[in-house]
Design a protein around this ligand. Structure first.
Ligand code: NAD
Length: 495
């Protein structure tokens, strides 16, 4: 380990140790309850700090600050070129704090530092991308004939107002910036609720955002449990929009809660994504790719390829080779050489264990998992489950662990039917050497992101989102600012 890396680890550890409060109206504010939630390092299962356990009053205070800020126009009324400069400066701020953020993310979430480095670099680029979009929010105009009059109509796009942003724990900084950057580009005022398991990088982001020139009250962070913090944000009459990434069950609760004031919603929800592997695919490439598409981030990825639908002629060979690949991975999280981190919590470890035990009871078999796990922390071995039936829970429900269910198919129609036999539709992929078949199958897969000989690419320049119960709307891409805008048509008589 270099001196620089050790220094960043120390800075991250001392940030984690703070008794964190909420960030409201440009200052740190103690939660009204006076209580806190422990921050647990999932690699050791040990408490390393605390965050505020906020309540309804804290959310109300943050929403009031955001509303005052919005009405005063402190951020939304700035020239768009200025907002663009500030967004760029946030990216620079993240870049300057990159080493510390990498350590903080790894410490808080358990992801290997290499993965965290990718997420932090992605966050820098994401703010640069949305800095580029902030001053390109255009309307259009139209010359109209109405009841014999000449009319000019034009549209203006206006920020939607106060937005509540709610994120999960599996990719904390990454999921956060995918919402914060377009919301700021649009001119919205924000109340951010990070996941209770992983709030540290969001809290550090508050400092960076402020230092970059975002006015007090534009960006507020309230930490705490989903209920009451998230639920209050989603029912709050003064919040105009909620953008949520998380589970489908909570997404459903949010739809109900948002009905009060008909909040606009963007929902990025769960998945049970298929990877369809034909016998003419390049297995040397496909096998490690399929393995890391489920084992990466310990399977805690919304688009993880958790269902392998593989041609019957290569099923056994592929299962053995993916399991062997998993057995060759190095478990750990804070050093450069590790490939697979822990699960986020004891709760998640118990959940994953329960799913696998249930599958075995239902008649499935486990292949792999023959590697040593660290004595402490919430590590789970990567495994492949075979003998799976489509009706089994392990095949239908999102597990969010390094657990791959494999199922053989005979022909292309059966493969597509199996792939689409899910209530989710977040991601999917097809692996084959036949270009025509690749595109034909891709067109039949019902998912928001489809890979051809690749799985699970996510990038802020490309829209992502779900078909079916995987969500509403799209995040990222050139149109990603639009969900944070209202469109107004203005008319005037000519002559
Ligand atoms: P979760 O739904 O339990 O929690 C997500 C967030 O919602 C957390 O901040 C939580 O505190 C909050 N929350 C909980 N109850 C709430 C309520 N009643 N009202 C409002 N907010 C509430 O999800 P999780 O376990 O943190 O994350 C894993 C899930 O996220 C998986 O289902 C995964 O597929 C999904 N996810 C989806 C995407 C995507 O882009 N579609 C990306 C990452 C994760």
């Amino acid at each position: 380990m270099t001196d620089g890396e050790r220094g960043a680890q120390d800075v991250a550890a001392s940030f984690a140790e703070r008794k964190h409060e909420n960030y409201i109206d440009g200052t740190w504010v103690a939660p009204s309850s006076g209580t806190s939630i422990p921050v647990v390092d999932p690699g050791r299962g040990a408490a390393i700090g605390t965050i505020a356990a906020s309540g309804v009053e804290d959310v109300d205070r943050a929403v009031a600050a955001a509303r005052t800020n919005f009405e005063a126009g402190a951020w939304r009324s700035l020239p768009s070129a200025r907002r663009s400069e500030v967004l760029w400066a946030i990216g620079e701020g993240i870049a300057a704090a990159a080493d510390e953020l990498v350590e903080l993310e790894s410490l808080d979430n358990g992801m290997p530092v290499k993965a965290a480095r990718g997420h932090v670099a992605n966050a820098v680029q994401c703010f640069r991308y949305f800095a580029g979009l902030a001053d390109k929010i255009f309307g259009h105009s139209s010359q109209i004939q109405s009841a014999g009059r000449q009319v000019l109509g034009y549209t203006v796009k206006e920020p939607i107002g106060v937005v509540g942003l709610i994120v999960p724990w599996n990719a904390p900084l990454r999921q956060t910036v995918y919402k914060v950057a377009p919301a700021l580009a649009a001119g919205c005022s924000i109340v951010l609720k990070p996941a209770e398991e992983t709030s540290l990088t969001a809290l550090r982001l508050a400092e960076i955002v402020t230092a970059a020139g975002v006015p007090a009250g534009t960006f507020n962070v309230v930490t705490g449990e989903g209920e009451p913090v998230g639920s209050r944000l989603t029912e709050h009459p003064d919040v105009d929009k909620v953008s949520f990434t998380g589970s489908t069950s909570v997404g459903r609760a949010i739809i109900r809660a948002a009905a009060g004031n008909l909040k606009k919603l963007t929902l990025e929800l769960g998945g049970k994504s298929p990877l369809v592997l034909f016998d003419d695919a390049d297995l040397e490439k496909a096998i490690p790719h399929a393995a890391m598409s489920i084992f990466g981030n310990a399977g805690q990825v919304c688009s993880a390829a958790s269902r392998l639908i593989v041609h019957g002629s290569i099923h056994d060979e592929v299962v053995q080779r993916i399991a062997a690949f998993g057995d060759g991975l190095r478990l750990g999280y804070r050093t450069e050489d590790v490939q697979l981190g822990p699960l986020i919590s004891q709760v998640q470890l118990d959940r994953v264990t329960g799913y696998v035990d249930g599958a075995v009871e239902a008649g499935a078999e486990i292949v792999g998992g023959d590697l040593p796990t660290p004595d402490e922390g919430f590590f789970y071995r990567p495994i492949v489950v075979t003998g799976v039936q489509p009706k089994m829970t392990v095949y239908r429900e999102e597990i969010f662990g390094p657990v791959l269910s494999a199922l053989p198919f005979d022909d292309v129609d059966e493969a597509v039917a199996l792939a689409n036999d899910t209530r989710y539709g977040l991601a999917a992929s097809v692996f084959t050497g036949d270009v025509g078949r690749a595109h034909s199958v891709a067109s039949r897969l019902r998912a928001g992101r489809v890979g051809i000989n690749v799985h699970g690419i996510t990038d802020f320049t490309m829209p992502g989102g779900g078909y079916k119960e995987s969500g509403w709307g799209r995040e990222n891409g050139p149109d990603a600012v639009d969900p944070y805008l209202e469109v107004k048509s203005v008319f005037t008589l000519l002559g």
